[in-house]
Design a protein around this ligand. Structure first.
Ligand SMILES: [Zn+2]
Length: 250
């Protein structure tokens, strides 16, 4: 069974476990203050190949685009969400929605999904997705917290980690970072020891004025993460993917 991954845009990725495709944190539309910063691999959810399931880490618009989800034709596709998000997703028409707390598990078709800890200022989970013979960690946009080390203890053989790197802080909380930065993502890579790692969540922009006045973004580009991971986690192969480029995981 071959597993592949595509970065769609931001934290939206498409992981194909031998034909069972899981979409992470769908964000397809844009609005003032929320721009992809690069061309999305798919314009809308209706353009996606058929899905086996969707995972959503938290309720922020750029990770849970409810209007885009309403446009997905098959509302019977199962969806895993963090605890508390079920009603909002069901309101878009999806009928099979499971809320998870960290370490709770559900099946999306043949893919086993386990929620894992996160810290982001709002309720959030990360996920471990397991196909027949492949395990993937999806880091959403969490901070680098010590609780994530438990992922490595419970899932000793991860094939792939998808990790955010933009280090976002938002006024008036400039001192409260909400997302791990490239160096912290490299540190998490060394803790998780995946065979492969792909940085996500770095091209987003709020526009030039808002970026300057409202946000603090780690302008470290993916190569900074790749360099730091090469030092801290030399056994992990880092791949920087353009939107839509497939990477074979096994
Ligand atoms: Zn968020």
């Amino acid at each position: 069974m071959t597993t592949t991954v595509q970065r769609v845009v931001h934290a939206t990725t498409l992981i194909d476990f031998g034909g069972a495709r899981i979409l992470t944190d769908p964000w397809f539309s844009e609005k003032p203050g929320y721009y992809h910063g690069e061309a999305s691999a798919y314009a809308t959810m209706a353009d996606l190949p058929p899905l086996a399931g969707i995972v959503i880490s938290h309720g922020h618009y750029d990770h849970c685009d409810l209007r885009a989800m309403a446009g997905y034709p098959d509302k019977t596709v199962p969806v895993a969400v963090n605890r508390g998000m079920g009603a909002r997703v069901r309101a878009t028409g999806f009928t099979d929605v499971t809320e998870l707390d960290p370490w709770e598990t559900t099946m999306l078709g043949p893919v086993r999904v386990t929620a894992a800890p996160a810290s982001h200022g709002v309720p959030e989970v990360t996920y471990v997705l397991q196909g027949e013979d492949t395990s993937v960690f999806f880091g959403a946009d969490t901070q680098r917290i010590a609780a994530l080390d438990e992922v490595a203890r419970r899932f000793a053989e991860l094939d792939l980690a998808l990790l955010p790197i933009n280090g976002l802080s938002v006024r008036p909380m400039f001192n409260k970072q909400l997302v791990m930065d490239a160096a912290e993502a490299a540190d998490l890579t060394s803790a998780l020891r995946p065979r492969l790692a792909v940085p996500i969540h770095y091209a987003y922009t709020a526009g030039p004025v808002r970026d300057r006045l409202l946000l603090k973004l780690d302008r470290n580009r993916p190569h900074v993460y790749a360099d730091a991971a090469a030092d801290l986690a030399p056994d992990t192969a880092v791949h920087v993917l353009k939107p839509g480029d497939p990477l074979t995981v096994d």
